[in-house]
Design a protein around this ligand. Structure first.
Ligand code: GLC
Ligand code: CA
Length: 551
């Protein structure tokens, strides 16, 4: 890549994203629920970290069946989160700190409480009826097909007033929008433009790969109309804007990624793909029964993505979000090596080619919750599957073990600001329990420690701004079959960055591959800095470092 094309590269390639799950971030009025004034109050924390933009999980008006991923008014803010005036203030205050706001766009479905759905379910003659997906009953009066909802039960719900079933691919509270209807598409594009006019910088698009579905053909993910709709949306909303868009897809693979984010496609800038996450699931029982971590398989997935988007498209880099377990618990060690392994994971992710995303609390090494009773869980997905699994004969203990390992509530326990009452998250009763480890793991303590996790993240984010090779350098994996070490090289205009990370909590021998040999400056490390890479070296437990070698 030439200097000229680097200078012309979009801002979101060298920026770092930070995801906020508003309900769990910071509560300012004591109702136990995080709010927008709480986010504003903590913006200095994010400015200090050095992030370039916030991906804000949904703050729209919602009955909160899925904590905001069920929107009842796309042009208003949920009262528990604040007002539109609060939102405008957030955009302004963030902007004053060099931070842009990226909204979550949830348009595969609305809430069943949206005015469109109220009209749609009242009469087949309402124009909004066709905004949703309706089918006649099967000959026996039952649902049109056996499609199951992601959160449990049938995906079809009967509405006697219209004598039809509607599709709720996730749950009955989240009726699927019918993208085939041009007026519905127009409503969505107008709404997106309305938010852009309020000063946002882009959208993270929730389960966007579902919008092109062909229900009768049984095609939901990456259906036949998907890319036509995304190109339509690009033309109507995104064309000519200096924005960023990231489409979430649990189905996208390296074979289809460039259909979304290839430079000639005019659809999205990036996708959130989950191939590396699903790699860790049981092929039959899925996330509720995780399988042991396999570093070689994990590297293969991420390396394949690096290769697939090497010259076109752009990767998003993440291990955590509001739907996933805490990364230090999942891929590192949340006991004795919590701090060290949290830094190791961050180093590996931030040095890959793409835009890194930090999930709230990750920057201080927050860990999974360890709930023991089902009444401690809040997530619609966990509770929906609990009922089903228990009915299938699974014991509550076994189910809770799976939910503690991979359930979504792990990421949703309140942000741990202090070691005090409720981790400084709220003066009231938090909507979900605070992790009892907040006495040790909290922002105040971690930031006070020059060797804390926060300091490491801050350094990584700063390095990204001064080392173009970290952003734009080519990516070359090495030691791909090594089951303990993740290593690779980034290269740009003669600058070579060697990245080495030990995924094991023990001393590990590593035969330095030729491509990494050399000596130079250690840019970052979570152990004693190294200056030479040669021969056989012994890596310390969870050691990770970046060396600028030769040149
Ligand atoms: C996405 C969101 C998840 C939500 C689902 C339905 O996967 O990340 O939280 O439950 O879509 O909107
Ligand atoms: Ca509140």
């Amino acid at each position: 890549m030439t200097q000229l094309s680097i200078d012309a590269s979009p801002w979101w390639q060298s920026a770092t994203g930070y995801q906020i799950y508003p309900r769990s971030f910071c509560d300012t009025n004591g109702d136990g629920i995080g709010d927008i004034p709480g986010i504003i109050a903590k913006l200095d924390h994010l400015r200090d970290l050095g992030i370039g933009f916030i991906w804000l999980s949904p703050v729209y008006r919602s009955p909160m069946a899925d904590n905001g991923y069920d929107i009842s008014d796309y042009r208003d803010i949920a009262p528990e989160f604040g007002t539109l005036a609060d939102f405008d203030r957030l955009v302004a205050e963030a902007s004053a700190r060099g931070i842009r706001i990226v909204m979550d766009l949830v348009v595969n479905h609305s809430s069943s409480d949206h005015a469109w759905f109220h009209a749609a379910r009242a009469s087949r003659d309402a124009p909004e009826h066709d905004y949703y997906v309706w089918r006649d009953p099967a000959p026996d009066g039952g649902p049109p097909n056996g499609h199951q909802a992601c959160f449990g039960g049938s995906a079809w719900t009967w509405v006697p007033e219209v004598g039809q079933y509607y599709l709720g691919h996730f749950s009955p509270h989240q009726p699927d929008l019918n993208w085939q209807n041009p007026s519905l598409r127009r409503e969505i594009y107008d709404m997106m433009n309305w938010w852009f006019d309020r000063g946002i910088a882009g959208f993270r698009m929730d389960v966007i790969s579902l919008i092109g579905k062909d229900v009768d053909a049984g095609l939901y993910e990456e259906g036949p109309y998907l890319h036509g709709f995304l190109q339509d949306m690009h033309r109507e909303v995104l064309e000519g804007r200096d924005s960023v868009t990231v489409g979430e897809s649990w189905a996208v693979s390296t074979d289809t990624a460039l259909l979304y984010c290839g430079r000639d496609r005019r659809e999205l800038d990036m996708v959130f793909q989950f191939n590396h996450v699903v790699e860790g699931w049981d092929p039959v029982h899925g996330k509720w029964k995780p399988r042991p971590f396999d570093l070689v398989a994990f590297k293969r997935v991420l390396n394949d993505w690096q290769a697939a988007l090497a010259n076109d498209g752009w990767n998003s880099l993440f291990l955590s979000n509001h739907d996933l377990p805490r990364q230090v618990s999942k891929y590192g060690d949340d006991g004795a090596y919590r701090v060290k392994s949290a830094k190791m994971l961050a180093t590996v992710m931030h040095l890959m080619k793409g835009t890194p995303f930090v999930y709230q609390g990750e920057e201080i090494g927050m860990t999974n919750a360890a709930f023991t009773r089902i009444d401690q869980f809040r997530d619609v997905e966990t509770l929906g599957h609990y009922a089903e699994e228990i009915a299938r004969g699974v014991s509550p203990e076994a189910f809770i073990a799976g939910a503690n390992a991979n359930g979504r509530d792990n990421a949703r326990t309140p942000m741990q600001w202090t070691g005090g009452t409720n981790a400084g998250f709220t003066d009231g009763t938090p909507w979900i329990e605070v992790n009892p480890n907040h006495g040790q793991v909290n922002v105040e303590a971690d930031r006070a420690d020059p060797n804390g996790v926060f300091a490491h993240y801050k350094e990584l984010i700063a390095l990204r701004k001064s080392w173009p090779a970290m952003v734009h350098g080519t990516y070359r994996p090495v030691a791909e079959e090594d089951g303990s070490v993740f290593a690779y090289l980034r290269e740009l205009n003669g600058v070579r960055l060697a990245v080495v990370a030990n995924f094991k909590g023990e001393d590990t021998q590593f035969d330095v591959p030729d491509a990494l040999r050399g000596s130079g400056r250690c840019l970052i490390s979570n152990d004693i800095p190294r200056e030479r890479l040669d021969g056989r070296i012994t890596l310390k437990p969870f050691e990770a470092f970046v060396l600028s070698i030769g040149g």
